[in-house]
Design a binder for this molecule. Structure first.
Ligand SMILES: Cc1cc2nc3c(=O)[nH]c(=O)nc-3n(C[C@H](O)[C@H](O)[C@H](O)COP(=O)(O)O)c2cc1C
Length: 169
């Protein structure tokens, strides 16, 4: 079975997970993939960061499901949220839109303001102002606010286990 890990990563957290997965499975790896890069594989693993509730680059997979039919597909999203059910279920519903048989996993990454693109810095500064102006913040919101001052990194190689087991099964 030919397997590839394809990914898009803005600040490096998805890249690190993709490298761990490729190393564990001994498979190929491709950053910023095009459809032609992944078509020749039996198993396709795609990873991208979560951005404002979206999944960076996943349309490569979800808009080409007809062309990819018959292949085993596993998606991994990397975000800074703790991965709670109430946040992740609507996210996967939006991504998968009812598509069946696609493995999907959330791998917690981190947040490093200094590594953001200028555009993302503007977006995140707006979010910061909004969070600061709240009279009460949830634990997650406070955690997000604290992360502006010092980078947070929750990435852990152990987190890839469920995905690699799914791919091998
Ligand atoms: C503009 C912006 C929006 C983000 N939106 C979310 C989000 O909706 N949910 C989440 O869990 N993390 C969010 N994050 C955090 C990123 O998903 C997190 O930093 C992730 O590790 C980035 O992975 P990457 O560096 O591989 O792209 C956001 C970060 C930025 C800069």
């Amino acid at each position: 079975m030919k397997t590839i890990v394809a990914y898009k990563s803005k600040s490096g957290y998805t890249k690190r997970y993709a490298e761990w997965i490729a190393e564990e499975l001994g498979c190929d790896i491709k950053e910023d993939p095009e459809l032609s890069d992944i078509m020749g594989y039996d198993t396709i693993i795609y990873g991208g960061g979560m951005y404002a509730g979206g999944f960076n680059g996943v349309k490569l997979i979800t808009q080409n499901l007809d062309k990819l039919s018959g292949k085993k597909i596993a998606l991994f999203a990397v975000g800074s949220n703790p991965g709670r059910e109430h946040e992740m279920r609507p996210f996967w519903d939006r991504v998968l839109k009812g598509a069946q048989g696609i493995g999907h996993f959330y791998l917690r990454g981190g947040f490093d303001y200094d590594k953001l693109t200028p555009g993302d810095k503007v977006l995140m500064s707006m979010l910061k102002v909004r969070l600061q102006s709240k009279k009460e913040r949830t634990e997650d919101e406070q955690g997000m606010l604290d992360a502006y001052d010092r980078p947070v990194d929750f990435s852990d190689k152990e987190n890839i286990k469920a995905l690699t087991e799914y791919v091998r099964s």
